[in-house]
Design a protein around this ligand. Structure first.
Ligand code: FE
Ligand code: ZN
Length: 509
């Protein structure tokens, strides 16, 4: 009698048929987070699983990926693959990735496990469970890959500890903390849709192509391995939005508000990636401006045209990002150049060829606003006055980035917004960040603001070395300009390059 089940039937048996109607517990007790966000789901069976993947098939595919990945990583390590990168400056992009992005993979693993438990539909539960396991795999492959670099370069040694403490890592950390402390429907809109569906190409494409262009085959390998899971994640993101939108018209304004919020948070977070593309890759892939045009303006534009039939529109303030694409990466690099004595990676002034590349890629802004600034800083460094900013910056209460972005329409004035809540005043870098706070002030007034915490004495002490010690950052080794770094000295020795006369060493601020 036994007939082999086809894929669809098999999928049905292995997923949907595992569910049952509870008889002695109420659904609201089993799934206590299903209602407070206001999202109405009338029929969970309307959920269409885009990938009809059973668990046994899932394990088989993933195991195959792992085998390939780890054999390449082993070969990379045995052949001293790190010596093939373009230039040791490149490795600073990996430091940012390991300390800033990899812990987010772990956070995603936790987040999807939590929401998978909360959703009342089996199809959604299975999709979330698989993604949760994927994300755990991603963080593991990244740690294994990058561990090789830790043997030869500084700044990698305590990435997990740094992620929870270092001022600029509070930007990515707070992004995921915000999502994980929201409800399950907001989490999945934030991460699966706004981040993975709309913006993920702007994270992975630059890092992976950047790695390939700069001879880092180890990173390319984990990147491709993760990317093959990513297509499943992106499909989940789109499915979630369509499912919520089709379930009840009351869901639309709630979803729109989340899209507005998470688009802006994602855009701010991606400033770090854009800065990496424009400044940290010795061999450039494309400019941030070009990437934003392709991956957001064109692809995102088409997506939102498609979603218009549900009554969803482009994220609020998207117009500001069109102007911002000409500015934000230069402003961010300027901030890090000023504060690199307190960072676990090095900065530098682009060389003449790189400055020319930036002038060509940013014809409307670079020569007018940014090139003179970098040339002046370079002159100062060459005269022995490499500038490190001795005061701490004001941070935006929402995105936690130092207030260095300029006003729309006025690129020489720093943007600045404020709100009063419960007897205190809070500050923001932009309209987008102010709106997010104003919608949830009880949440955002609790943000762990690195600069406030330092001034309150909660970060190891009152001097920069005290704070860096608390960060587990090795003073004089992990920080300061690339020109004076041990990384650079080692690189020159390994490559047999004559040590250039380095700029005058700087005293700590
Ligand atoms: Fe991931
Ligand atoms: Zn902000």
């Amino acid at each position: 009698m036994s007939r082999k089940l086809n894929l669809r039937e098999r999928y049905q048996r292995m997923t949907r048929d595992l569910a049952w109607e509870p008889s002695y517990q109420s659904k609201s007790d089993i799934y206590p987070q299903m209602e407070f966000e206001g999202i109405k789901i009338e029929d969970w069976d309307k959920w269409e699983d885009p990938f009809r993947l059973t668990m046994d098939a899932y394990w088989k595919y993933q195991a195959e990926k792992e085998r390939k990945l780890y054999s390449i990583i082993d070969a990379f390590a045995q052949n001293n693959g790190h010596l093939n990168v373009t230039d040791a400056r490149y490795v600073n992009a990996l430091k940012l990735f390991l300390t800033g992005v990899s812990p987010l993979e772990y956070a995603a693993h936790r987040g999807f496990a939590m929401v998978g438990r909360q959703f009342a539909g089996v199809g959604t539960q299975v999709a979330c469970q698989m993604q949760s396991i994927d994300e755990l795999r991603h963080v593991q492959t990244q740690v294994h890959t990058i561990s090789h670099y830790n043997k030869y370069f500084n700044g990698f040694h305590d990435f997990r500890h740094m992620h929870d403490r270092v001022w600029y890592l509070s930007v990515p950390k707070s992004f995921f903390d915000d999502a994980m402390s929201a409800g399950p429907f907001e989490f999945i809109t934030a991460i699966s849709f706004s981040f993975e569906y709309v913006l993920t190409n702007l994270l992975f494409m630059p890092f992976m192509s950047g790695a390939a262009f700069n001879g880092d085959m180890a990173t390319v390998t984990f990147g491709f391995s993760a990317q093959s899971d990513e297509s499943r994640h992106m499909t989940l993101g789109l499915e979630v939005i369509k499912f919520m939108a089709e379930q009840h018209p009351d869901n639309i304004p709630i979803i729109q508000k989340w899209i507005d919020k998470w688009f802006w948070r994602g855009y701010r977070l991606l400033t770090l990636v854009g800065m990496m593309m424009d400044y940290m890759l010795p061999k450039k892939v494309m400019s941030w401006r070009e990437a934003w045009e392709i991956y957001f303006e064109q692809n995102g534009g088409a997506l939102f045209e498609d979603l218009a039939r549900y009554g969803l529109r482009m994220p609020k303030y998207w117009e500001q990002t069109i102007e911002g694409k000409d500015h934000i990466t230069h402003q961010a690099w300027g901030i890090f150049y000023n504060y690199t004595h307190a960072a676990a990676f090095h900065t530098w002034i682009p060389d003449d060829e790189e400055l020319d590349w930036l002038s060509a890629k940013y014809p409307d802004t670079f020569d007018q606003y940014y090139r003179p600034r970098f040339e002046y800083w370079r002159e100062q460094a060459e005269a022995g006055n490499r500038f490190y900013n001795p005061t701490l910056p004001m941070l935006c209460q929402t995105c936690q980035i130092p207030m260095g972005f300029t006003e729309p329409g006025n690129p020489t004035t720093i943007g600045f917004r404020a709100s009063d809540f419960d007897g205190n005043r809070y500050h923001f870098c932009s309209d987008g960040c102010k709106d997010i706070f104003d919608n949830e002030p009880q949440k955002f007034c609790q943000s762990w603001m690195p600069v406030h915490q330092i001034y309150q004495g909660n970060c190891g002490g009152a001097t920069v070395p005290d704070v860096l010690n608390w960060y587990h950052l090795n003073f004089g080794v992990d920080n300061f300009d690339y020109a004076q770094s041990p990384d650079r000295q080692h690189w020159q020795q390994w490559k047999g390059e004559p040590a250039e006369e380095s700029d005058a060493p700087d005293e700590a601020a």
